[in-house]
Ligand binder design. Structure first.
Ligand code: WTA
Length: 652
């Protein structure tokens, strides 16, 4: 199994503080009662919860789901609502002047506060611009923006007019952007001149220009001027977004859409092939995102909430934009990085804006932990009351540091397990209800019915370890792979019939707590970023010097997993340091900096079965420097290959 924390302490328990059990939204008794109801009488439970949204037409049909042929997932299917009204308009009555978004720029001297009233105006103006550009309900708009409030305006403006957005992370290369534009059939791309991270510019507009040179789709470009850099505007194709918004009307009458109206596509990596477009719809997704945000983070009026993810990932969608705004929260959006201008930046931002709830990734925690306690201790952090973790298993050592140093042993930590596909958090502590164990995501959220199965799909009871499945649907579940329902069925519902297969392994302990052990498929998790080994392999073999490549994850102290590439060169081409560097740069350019290989090992050939299948299990062991226990090697076509790879691996 990949990515399992090195150490899993089972005996260490952090009890719910008495004040939390008294004052939070949900204590243990509430959790147990509501959880039981959510499974035993699911329609009643979700019908009641649905009332927390503003519907134009309240749903009467709650759930209509089949996990077997034909796989079909619908929630609240006769309900109608507008997602942007839920995130903006409905708060105008009581909290028009409350800050909706705090924007903290890369430059510590610059920030901006956007109230719900302003948010409404911006979203309306941009929605009108989209309409003027001919965007209609059901169309797709690609959003390729830095971490600026305009990203939230753009998402909500799409939602307002029933268009789907496809946010592409600003760190992706022009090629990756081009693939996503073509796959989604985007009619429009919203971008900025450049993003700013750690004092450096990320040339988004130039990347978009490069992408559009190779797409079949020829969308128009709306460009925000953010960093003040000069860009070339193609006449008739590119438009200044700020100018158009200034000219547009500040009112845009919202239209009610069906609960199953597509809200967004988000591309994510799988075991095979190109990234797939995960499709989420409106009513169920929004309900699930807002409800989990409220309960998991115990969000209450007056809280200042900060999730450090990028809006290019699902965490940014659900827990920077949709969940918090649906709850009328104040959500902080940070453009920069944790180490700029100093390694105290996160904590300084917390003090500056009096952040009370802080949600980040283990990879950031580990990197900051490495710098020692001083950069944290020199800040106050008195405003903090709750900490969260997401994206990969958190090793207990990092958990304890987060708890002791960042939270001053005062703040519970919610270790939240979920996926792009799940729309929101599925396994997590609730801070007023759940005793914590470092390294465990603990217990399922309301309506989530997990189980552990063996390789044949047999359910394993009690204390056990195996593959994690979810037996029944929850409202935030993805509905399909955009344009490829068969791939959806194959990927998630064919391994274990009648259940959703997560792709993760898990252990369950004597208290029924879940411990996620990492991916059991060919997906790797690098600094909390999800990558398919197949994508990196196809980038490598696209290089003329490469004949074959196999990519696996290996344990990495900071990143959780690193990228290990075995590369077989074309006949006649000799391994060389310069070529190694070139291949690293090549992959960065093809996919983006997040896919930068950590290690390239030359492989005269790869270990294969007699039928020609690469034996990745063995490659993973070698990459991890575990040579003693390679498992069954009797099916190897040429056992000598393994010896060669081990000998080479020992040299570095
Ligand atoms: C991993 C991110 C352990 C897991 C929200 C999952 C985690 C993949 C945790 C999804 C956690 C996420 N503990 N592992 N708390 N959270 N993962 O789609 O392997 O980018 O399948 O969604 O991240 O990554 P994705």
């Amino acid at each position: 199994m990949q990515g399992a924390p090195k150490e899993m302490v089972m005996g260490e328990v952090y009890k719910v503080p008495t004040a939390w059990s008294r004052d939070s939204l949900c204590n243990l008794a509430d959790y147990q009662r509501l959880y039981r109801q959510s499974l035993e009488d699911s329609d009643t439970f979700w019908r009641e919860q649905a009332k927390t949204l503003k519907w134009d037409k309240l749903p009467t049909r709650i759930k209509n789901v089949s996990f077997v042929d034909p796989v079909s997932i619908k929630w609240f299917e006769d309900g109608e609502l507008n997602v942007s009204v839920n995130c903006v308009d409905r708060h105008l009555k009581d909290r028009a002047d409350q800050v909706a978004i705090i924007w903290e720029s890369d430059d510590p001297g610059v920030d901006r506060k956007i109230t719900y009233r302003e948010l409404h105006e911006k979203v309306c103006r941009l929605a009108n611009v989209l309409k003027d550009q001919g965007i209609k309900a059901g169309d797709c708009v690609t959003i390729y923006l830095p971490m600026i409030p305009e990203a939230a305006y753009a998402m909500l403006a799409c939602a307002r007019i029933g268009a789907m957005h496809s946010v592409v992370f600003g760190g992706f290369s022009p090629d990756s952007l081009a693939d996503r534009i073509d796959d989604s059939g985007a009619k429009l791309v919203i971008t900025a001149d450049a993003g700013v991270r750690g004092g450096k510019h990320v040339p988004l507009k130039a990347n978009a220009d490069a992408a559009l040179k190779r797409t079949t789709q020829q969308p128009r470009l709306l460009v925000f001027n953010h960093a003040g850099t000069a860009v070339e505007m193609v006449s008739g194709r590119d438009f200044d977004a700020t100018d158009l918004m200034a000219e547009a009307s500040p009112f845009c009458e919202p239209v009610a859409f069906n609960a199953e109206q597509p809200l967004f596509i988000l591309y994510t990596s799988g075991s095979t092939g190109k990234p797939k477009g995960v499709l989420h719809t409106s009513g169920g997704y929004l309900l699930y995102a807002s409800m989990t945000h409220r309960y998991v983070f115990d969000y209450q009026d007056g809280d200042i909430y900060w999730c450090t993810a990028d809006v290019g990932w699902v965490t940014g969608h659900s827990y920077i934009v949709y969940g918090p705004l649906a709850n009328g929260a104040t959500t902080l959006m940070f453009e920069g990085i944790p180490s700029y201008p100093t390694i105290s930046r996160f904590w300084e931002v917390i003090d500056k804006h009096k952040v009370s709830i802080f949600y980040t990734a283990p990879t950031a925690i580990r990197a900051l932990m490495q710098q020692g306690d001083d950069p944290v201790r020199r800040t106050s952090r008195q405003s903090l009351r709750l900490l969260g973790s997401v994206g990969e298993p958190i090793n207990p050592e990092a958990w304890r540091w987060y708890y002791r140093v960042v939270g001053d042993e005062r703040c519970p930590i919610v270790d939240t397990w979920w996926q792009t596909e799940t729309g929101g958090i599925l396994i997590t502590p609730l801070p007023g209800a759940t005793d914590l164990k470092p390294g465990s995501a603990t217990l399922p959220f309301f309506g989530v019915d997990p189980a552990i199965v063996d390789g044949e799909g047999r359910e394993l009871a009690g204390v056990t370890e195996g593959n994690l499945i979810i037996r029944d649907s929850w409202p935030g579940q993805m509905r399909t792979v955009f344009g490829d329902h068969e791939r959806f069925v194959q990927t998630y519902f064919s391994t274990f019939k009648g259940a959703y297969f997560t792709g993760d392994g898990a252990r369950r302990d004597e208290d029924g707590y879940y411990w996620i052990t990492g991916r059991v498929d060919d997906v790797i998790n690098v600094s909390g970023h999800r990558l398919g080994t197949a994508e990196i392999e196809s980038a490598l073999v696209a290089h003329e010097a490469v004949s074959e490549a196999a990519v696996v994850g290996f344990p990495h102290d900071l990143k959780g997993q690193g990228i290990f590439c075995y590369v077989t060169l074309q006949k006649g081409i000799e391994p060389a340091e310069a070529l190694r560097k070139e291949l690293v740069a090549w992959v960065r350019r093809e996919i983006g900096p997040i896919a930068t290989p950590d290690i390239i090992q030359w492989a005269p050939s790869l270990p294969k079965t007699r039928s020609g299948k690469i034996m990745r299990r063995i490659l993973r062991k070698i990459a991890a420097n575990e040579f003693d226990n390679l498992g069954d090697v009797t099916t190897l076509a040429e056992p000598a290959v393994v010896e060669e790879l081990i000998t080479e691996r020992r040299t570095f």
